[in-house]
Design a protein around this ligand. Structure first.
Ligand code: HEM
Length: 447
């Protein structure tokens, strides 16, 4: 059995160091979307060491270097220490599996159809149902109280991933705070940085596992109606044995909550904030929604095919992902000894991390990279752009859930390289609501 462990970076003499304090707010003036780490590339790039994650890593961010790092014949996805910490809760789930760990391929094979065009169509009804609950809740607040946009969208993301992923109904909108399972999940996740594992951590994990086991057993007994991803994971192999063990299925469920929920619950409020702050964008988005949904029926329920017609909304999501990517970086491990960019030697098994926010601010994006401009993703422009410039594009080509082999026109992450990672139906209904006021901006943005 191969040994699996987090990768370390190469030790290079010719690379500057950005270790220590991050850029200060003063250095971010005039850049309303940038985080301190987003400008490290500009200050030190295209390759530099930094330790803001708590671990010293080698970062690269220019388009040319990222193109090489994403060449699957030379580099593979593998974990460095910060991501490996998530294995305490998600084990060998897809997102946190080491390169070569057998369960990655098995899970990849059984889950792929679930992320296909046909698979996604199956989840539309439950997504719509949860979306309607949010809209009702917000409608009921009109004239009475402001809504907690970020908090409610976190609930929306959590409940949607749970329903589509494993048939769970958290009913988060029935709770003032988080519902019990999301609460347990959030608490456990908050403890993964602690060096010593406490009985509290073990108790949260046991609680989550107990809940997941019930869902798995319920699905085995056929008690769930919807054709969710969990059903795909219960398949048997040719010898009649389960392809995935119970423990790995639990890890995949945890993975959906981490990779699917944390990302989308950040994207949604940020995108809405961008829409509200840009009246022209808002009116274009609204006009598009009116055209597809009809402007005279507030209760219109979009079909799955309607969602594909919301192309401007996709542009808005992509531009939000460019400026405020929820996944700040991703790791690439050399499959054999490599020299990147003609001058950075990376030995087999060593890792380099791509810094997303810095990549998304490279000069190839144009003169004003800090400007929120969804027209950058106008279909012809997006198609002509090298995939390596946009993480959602370059990683979709290879991540299991981030591409659709069946019909690229509608993977769950969008319909072309560079498309967003969630169907925009939830935004669409929201965009029909006019006159929003922001009292609590999305969390990544400055007040
Ligand atoms: C805004 C939303 C999202 C963003 C920005 C995002 C971003 C990413 C990125 C950049 C990667 C590649 C990481 C790497 O190459 O190391 C990734 C992988 C992954 N994502 Fe997402 N994601 C989003 C939504 C989702 C959703 C909704 C799910 C599932 C319900 C999901 C599940 C996964 C999984 C399982 C992987 C690992 C895939 C593999 O290694 O085969 N993500 N995500």
């Amino acid at each position: 059995m191969a040994d699996f462990a987090p990768c370390s970076p190469p030790q290079l003499e010719n690379v500057p160091s950005a270790e220590g304090a991050l850029p200060t707010p003063a250095e971010l003036v005039g850049r309303p979307y940038a985080l301190p780490i987003d400008i490290l590339g500009e200050l030190h790039g295209p390759a530099f060491y930094a330790d803001y994650s708590g671990v010293r890593q080698l970062y690269m961010c220019s388009m040319a270097l990222v193109e090489e790092l994403c060449d699957e014949s030379r580099f593979a996805k593998n974990l460095t220490e910060p991501l490996a910490d998530y294995r305490q809760v998600a084990g060998d789930g897809l997102f946190t599996a080491y390169h070569g760990e057998p369960n990655w391929q098995k899970a990849h094979d059984v889950l792929l159809p679930g992320f296909s065009y046909a698979g996604l169509r199956n989840y539309h009804a439950s997504m719509l149902d949860i979306n309607c609950r949010l809209v009702d809740r917000w409608d009921a607040s009109i004239g009475r109280q402001p809504v907690d946009v970020s908090g409610d969208l976190q609930k929306l993301a959590m409940d949607t991933v749970a329903a589509a992923g494993f048939g769970a109904r958290f009913e988060s909108f029935d709770y003032d705070g988080l519902a019990p399972i999301p609460e347990s999940f959030t608490t456990a996740l908050g403890m993964i940085g602690d060096r010593e594992k406490t009985p509290e951590f073990d108790a949260e994990l046991a609680n989550l596992h107990g809940h997941f086991d019930e869902l798995i057993d319920g699905h085995r007994a056929g008690s769930y109606e919807a054709d969710d991803l969990l059903y795909s994971m219960l398949k048997d192999d040719a010898d009649g044995k389960p392809v995935l063990e119970q423990e790995n299925i639990r890890n995949q469920i945890m993975t959906f909550l981490i990779a699917g929920q944390l990302t989308t619950s950040e994207l949604m409020p940020t995108a809405l904030y961008n829409i509200v702050r840009h009246p022209l964008v808002q009116s274009r988005a609204q006009a598009e929604v009116d055209e597809v949904f009809g402007s005279d029926d507030d209760d219109y329920l979009p079909s799955y095919d309607d969602i594909g017609k919301l192309t401007y909304l996709r542009q808005v999501l992509n531009e939000t992902l460019r400026l405020s990517p929820p996944v700040l970086g991703f790791d690439r491990m050399a499959l054999t000894d490599q020299v990147v960019g003609g001058k950075y030697p990376v030995k087999q098994g060593e890792a380099v991390t791509v810094l997303t926010g810095a990549l998304h601010r490279q000069p190839e994006w144009g003169d004003n990279v800090e400007l929120f401009d969804p027209d950058r993703f106008e279909p012809a422009l997006a198609a002509a752009r090298p995939a390596a410039l946009f993480v959602q594009a370059v990683r979709h080509r290879t991540s299991v859930v981030h591409r659709s082999p069946v019909r690229p026109a509608r993977s769950h992450h969008g319909d072309r390289p560079g498309a967003p990672s969630i169907p925009p139906d939830r935004f669409a209904t929201l965009c029909t609501a006019v006159g929003w006021r922001t009292e609590s901006p999305a969390r990544r943005l400055p007040p």
